[in-house]
Design a protein around this ligand. Structure first.
Ligand SMILES: O=C(O)CCC(=O)C(=O)O
Ligand SMILES: [Fe+2]
Length: 186
């Protein structure tokens, strides 16, 4: 899975006009996470959310879902189902990569809903940087853009924020940025 994530990083690097190996190399010594999600069926699905609306704070997510369905993404203020397709992964951008691309690739708000008939399982692989590596867009991109939209931070800072102070939601990166900027050490 990590190799697939690194390959995607090469393609994204090309799409952004930076060195093809730039992001790949950045993540090569990264610490990835794998999570199994289990959603029991629920008699009142409208009163329950399997996983509430959030952006993944990580960098890139590669998700395998079973054939039950329940994943939804928010676009133009509407929830859209992401129907399961056999032999296909769902790939989405996380907050850390939004910062690494100076806001060009946006993390996507998504959620998982439950249903009254069938339990559901999904398996998520999260590509993350090494904990102490500085998350910062490439220098030539910042120069080209004329501004840097996010403060420097480390993945361990963001992990600490989401595990100890803030439950990941649609506004994690915004609130984390404010937290970093108001922290006495910066
Ligand atoms: O179960 C799903 O389809 C989504 C799970 C998810 O968003 C997550 O694990 O971050
Ligand atoms: Fe997620």
């Amino acid at each position: 899975m990590k190799e697939l994530g690194l390959k995607v990083m090469e393609v994204i690097g090309i799409s952004l006009g930076v060195d093809r190996m730039h992001y790949r190399e950045f993540f090569e010594d990264g610490c990835s996470i794998m999570r199994c999600n289990y959603y029991p069926s629920c008699q009142h699905p409208e009163d329950a959310l399997g996983t509430g609306p959030h952006c993944d704070p990580t960098s890139l997510t590669i998700l395998h879902q079973d054939q039950v369905g329940g994943l939804q993404v928010l676009t133009n203020n509407k929830w859209h189902c992401v129907p399961p397709r056999p032999n296909a992964f769902v790939v989405n951008i996380g907050d850390t990569f939004t910062a690494l691309s100076n806001g060009k690739y946006k993390s996507c708000v998504h959620r998982a809903v439950v249903n009254e008939r069938k339990e559901r399982r999904s398996l998520a692989f999260f590509l993350c940087p090494k904990e102490d590596k500085v998350v910062r867009a490439p220098e030539d991109m910042i120069v080209r853009d004329g501004t840097k939209h996010y403060p420097d931070f480390t993945w361990s800072d963001l992990l600490l924020f989401t595990q100890n102070y803030y439950r990941a939601d649609h506004a994690t990166l915004h609130n984390f940025t404010n937290w970093i900027l108001s922290s006495p050490t910066t």
